[in-house]
Design a protein around this ligand. Sequence first.
Ligand code: FE
Ligand code: FE
Ligand code: FE
Length: 165
Amino acid sequence: MADKTLDTLFHETLKDIYYAERKLTTNLRKMARAAQSSDLKAAFETHEDETQTQLERLTQVFDMIGKRPRGKTCDAIEGIISEAQEIMEEFKGSPAHDAGLLAAAQAVEHYEISRYGSLKAWAVELGMDDAAKLLDATLQEELATDKKLSDLANGVINAAAQNAA
Ligand code: FE
Ligand code: FE
Ligand code: FE
């Protein structure tokens, strides 16, 4: 299709991450409830709050391109969330539960980092500097969350999973 330009790709990808972020608000709440470690629980709760702000930023970006905020099913986030749910069910009450849940959460962050990285680059390419700034603000939060989760894993969570065995 000759009419499928970078603008189209930008809009379609915006719908993809909008869908993903909306799914994540509910699921971060579930993950916070499931976490055994109070530090991990707190990390999920903080990120759930950030996710609300991220959704507002996306709404602003939709507005900048003159579109209504709308999601389009993201199969990737559905899959990543299914894997997280599987861990929560299969490892419930087990020492390695939090290590698995944390790893699942990092898979979510890595998907988001990839999407926001591309969207930011495309916004720059399309000359939408304000949109690029908003997308970068979210990208930085996803990167910080991933770093926080790595620090938790390396600091206490993985060791707790191993020691309890
Ligand atoms: Fe997010
Ligand atoms: Fe997707
Ligand atoms: Fe995130």
